[in-house]
Design a protein around this ligand. Structure first.
Ligand code: GTP
Ligand code: MG
Length: 196
């Protein structure tokens, strides 16, 4: 599934510009700079497919990618980017909400959490929204290459217990690093199962 060539399809600045519902979708959500775009590049083995940056707030639209094989990937703008103008933040938040609420082709959202920081208040708001709207989601820990030996098991256990009572959450979390490739095969296998 991920051996196919992935391509950029379109960038959606507002909810009115969403592509028609065609194939199933999965989306990558999370705080600014958590590593959403990097993870998409690592999964698809295409450097530069999704634009990454050291500057939080790089991805400002919903970006759609396809390999023509029955599942689109959506890179979402990050939330919790403090320096962004409030008007912009409000507009992004509205778009994210509308997208998550209304997209029937959305099979699962991968919510990325920086393994060094864990689940923060604004992550909880996203999880609340997904639980309310009954959109299935799974937590992906990112940047595990930055953890000291032995820390990962603790972070993983703490994160799994934090989501244990959340109705729409997949009970296990996946630990990944876009730098080392850790967890990539596991995540690819899970995503491939969602393709129709
Ligand atoms: P926004 O588009 O602003 O919401 O950010 P994003 O979540 O798409 O993050 P992006 O993929 O642009 O990565 C942000 C920064 O984190 C970049 O400098 C990446 O190189 C770095 N980064 C991403 N993944 C990893 C990882 O697994 N390990 C390490 N060490 N750095 C990473
Ligand atoms: Mg991005």
């Amino acid at each position: 599934f991920f051996a196919k060539a992935w391509d950029f399809v379109m960038s959606v600045p507002t909810i009115g510009h969403l592509p028609p519902i065609d194939v199933a979708e999965i989306a990558f959500a999370g705080r600014s700079n958590v590593g959403k775009s990097s993870l998409i590049n690592a999964l698809t083995n295409r450097i530069g497919l999704a634009r990454t940056s050291n500057t939080p707030g790089r991805t400002q639209e919903l970006n759609f990618f396809t390999s023509g094989s029955g599942l689109s990937i959506v890179d979402m703008p990050g939330y919790g980017y403090a320096e962004a103008p409030k008007k912009l933040v409000d507009a992004w938040n509205r778009m994210i909400r509308d997208y998550l609420r209304g997209r029937v082709s959305l099979r699962r959202v991968y919510v990325l959490i920086d393994s060094r920081h864990g689940i923060k208040a604004n992550d909880k708001l996203t999880l609340d929204l997904l639980d309310e709207t009954a959109v299935s989601y799974q937590i992906v820990l990112t940047k595990v290459d930055k953890l000291k030996t032995g820390e990962l098991a603790k972070v993983k256990a703490a994160t799994e217990s934090a989501i244990a009572r959340r109705p729409a959450a997949y009970p296990t979390v996946i630990a990944t690093s876009s730098e080392t490739g850790e967890g990539m095969d596991l995540l690819r296998a899970e995503i491939a199962q969602l393709a129709s």
